[in-house]
Design a protein around this ligand. Structure first.
Ligand SMILES: [Zn+2]
Length: 651
């Protein structure tokens, strides 16, 4: 999700492989639609067949869901947890408890309420188990939270066996304020069906829906039939494979998604559809853009950033293997800036000037998630930074490459800002609150979650370039993507890949940056030149190039974060001394006896150590005017950020 500019709310198979030994249960049915890919890209754990009818007047949905789950857990399983996310939009849910905690003025108006209800649950061969449904709250024990239920089977599903659930459910959508719901005749159908948890690291992983958390699910296939009024323009995950017009004024659209782990859809009668093609290393990909009617003149902006982003991801990190990507411009920005497999939502407004790159920023960001969430499917409840943070880093790289450094977020009215500065500004707010490794729902509050998962992680990776080089980090991301796509890697999988590709032991860095909350702040504490013959009663007149001075520069590590830095000292005869300090001690003093005086002392002259919390104290310059101008530059960056935020909030 793109949360930084959304202050409102968080903001911001089927291939049963024939291996089923069918010890006690009848063989689950195979999905009815032929496979699209030559061979599966992922280990398909789940196969969903959903037949849903959407009532556009009541904003309700009634559906039947057939879920075939392959038990690849290596042990018998008799208890299965499911997410029922829409129940987060109820006053006593954990989601709302957390919203209220972080936003005291928050009110859950009736129009925002939503719910999902399982009408019946049957397991083929075991009968109706509706009465066995129990709501559980594994994260906080909240007895009133109904976002996770589990069902216990009368006998276990053997390893490698498949089990077939048949579920009937009813959704009531609310007006959208966090990703899913309606606005006038717009509907975003996200987190709308009972979704099974993930067996991960020896246990079921099925967290409740929290104010700050996103999602985690297994790969598989989705065959989804959506019945909607005939005037609706529909977009969905996967590709559309069929359309039937019904006599009652509705139509039934069939979508097929393969090797994906979630399914979202949207409908609005007035969507303006624009299509384009991206030709990548795995063939052509259809870009299907659904625009609001008053944003039609922004079609080219959307398509250009999609093309440019897809090209860079393809070249730098790996191929996009799906046949389609659907880009949705939602009617309400609270549904915007979100990612689903092969479907993303953007964010814009009719007045959005070219130089304010919100369109590009959000579309790039959400497309990036196709890699760091869609294919490399990390656990967003626990390791949010692996998705949002890596994605924010690649966002910086891609946008800088397209628009130029220092203007990749904004280049407007003489104000310009780069994405790396924007990420760093977010990090500064929460530098000492939470480690990146914190579970997403255990952060001190939602803003720390965002500032650390996005801004700090991006800044940590940008700073890592200083250690291993930009190219090595790009190669590491490529290796990580190719190795862990269609899998659920852990944070150590990511960190070890960087160490392996760079050939460096980086524990010293990761322990502080990823697992710690140490603050990085270096300063030039003191810098001075003093003539060596100061003690003479009647010293000779100062003469440039003839008088010897003792210059002392004191660099100080103010924070606990240890990081090697460079100190560049310039003298008035043009000489430059470059010192490399490992930063391990609290301070270091450099002393020079020269026939020259100090002009300036500068720590980290390229400001490559992006994690340094305070750039203002990194330099000493003898002439006050240049020092002032540098500080002005930092203030200007800050003002620019404010303007960018303000404009984005208006969107
Ligand atoms: Zn995101």
């Amino acid at each position: 999700m793109r949360s930084r500019f959304i202050p409102l709310f968080f903001c911001a198979a089927a291939a049963c492989a024939g291996a089923a030994t069918a010890a006690s249960l009848p063989q689950a049915a195979r999905p009815p639609v032929a496979t699209l890919a030559d061979k599966p890209l992922s280990e398909r754990v789940v196969a969903y067949q959903i037949d849903a009818r959407f009532d556009a007047n009541k904003r309700t949905l009634d559906a039947t869901e057939v879920l075939i789950y392959r038990n690849l857990t290596g042990r018998p399983q008799d208890t299965f947890p499911f997410h029922l996310y829409l129940n987060a939009f109820q006053p006593t849910s954990t989601f709302m408890k957390e919203e209220r905690r972080d936003h005291a003025k928050f009110e859950l108006k009736d129009k925002y309420k939503a719910s999902a209800e399982v009408k019946s649950l049957e397991v083929v061969g075991l009968g109706d188990l509706t009465s066995q449904i129990r709501f559980i709250a594994p994260d906080d024990g909240n007895p009133d939270d109904r976002t996770v239920f589990q069902v216990k089977l009368p006998r276990p599903v053997a390893p490698n066996e498949s089990v077939e659930f048949r579920i009937a459910f009813h959704d009531q959508f609310g007006q959208v304020f966090a990703r899913t719901g309606y606005k006038r005749d717009f509907i975003m159908g996200a987190q709308w069906f009972p979704k099974i948890g993930v067996w991960w690291q020896g246990a079921w992983n099925c967290h409740q829906f929290h104010a700050t958390t996103e999602f985690f699910a297994d790969f598989g296939t989705y065959d989804v039939k959506l019945t909607v009024p005939q005037n609706e323009v529909v977009g969905a995950s996967g590709v559309q494979v069929d359309e039937v017009k019904n006599a009652d004024g509705t139509k039934t659209l069939t979508f097929r998604g393969e090797d994906i782990h979630d399914f979202a859809w949207t409908a609005q009668p007035t969507y303006h559809v624009v299509e384009d093609t991206f030709n990548g290393s795995m063939g052509s990909v259809k870009i299907r853009l659904l625009l609001q009617p008053d944003h039609v003149d922004q079609a080219a902006r959307h398509l250009r950033i999609m093309q440019e982003t897809m090209e860079r991801f393809d070249q730098w990190y790996g191929p996009y293997p799906y046949k389609q990507i659907t880009v949705v411009d939602p009617a309400d920005l609270r549904a915007g800036g979100m990612e689903y497999p092969t479907l993303i939502t953007g964010d814009t407004a009719w007045w959005m000037p070219q130089g304010l790159r919100l369109v590009e920023l959000v579309v790039e960001h959400e497309f990036g998630h196709q890699y760091w969430y869609g294919m490399v499917a990390t656990n967003e409840f626990e390791d949010a930074w692996l998705d949002e943070g890596i994605n924010s880093y690649t966002e910086c790289k891609v946008l800088d490459d397209i628009f130029g450094k220092d203007k990749s977020v904004m280049d407007l009215w003489g104000l310009n800002e780069g994405d790396d500065a924007s990420q760093r500004n977010d990090y500064l707010v929460a530098a000492d609150l939470d480690p990146m490794s914190r579970f997403a729902y255990q952060y001190i509050n939602s803003s720390s979650y965002a500032d650390v998962s996005y801004g700090k992680t991006a800044t940590v990776l940008l700073t890592l370039e200083k250690v291993i080089g930009e190219e090595a980090l790009k190669r590491a991301l490529h290796t990580y993507f190719m190795r862990y796509r269609f899998a659920h890697p852990t944070k150590e999988d990511f960190l070890r890949t960087i160490e392996e590709v760079s050939g460096q032991n980086l524990r010293w860095y990761f322990d502080q940056a990823v697992y710690g909350t140490e603050v990085l702040d270096y300063e030039i504490r003191r810098a001075q030149s003093d003539r060596l013959d100061w003690y003479l009663k009647d010293p000779p007149k100062r003469k440039k190039g003839e008088t010897t001075y003792r210059t002392m520069v004191l660099a100080h590590r103010k924070g606990d974060f240890i990081f090697p830095v460079e100190v560049v000292i310039r003298f008035d005869n043009g000489e430059v001394a470059t010192e490399h300090w490992d930063g391990k001690d609290r301070w270091v003093r450099y002393t020079y006896d020269k026939k020259a005086k100090l002009v300036s002392a500068q720590l980290d002259p390229d400001t490559a150590v992006r994690l340094d919390k305070n750039f203002f104290n990194n330099s000493y310059t003898k002439r006050a005017d240049t020092r002032a101008s540098r500080k002005l530059l930092y203030y200007w960056t800050w003002v620019t950020q404010l303007v960018a935020q303000w404009l984005a909030w208006l969107a």
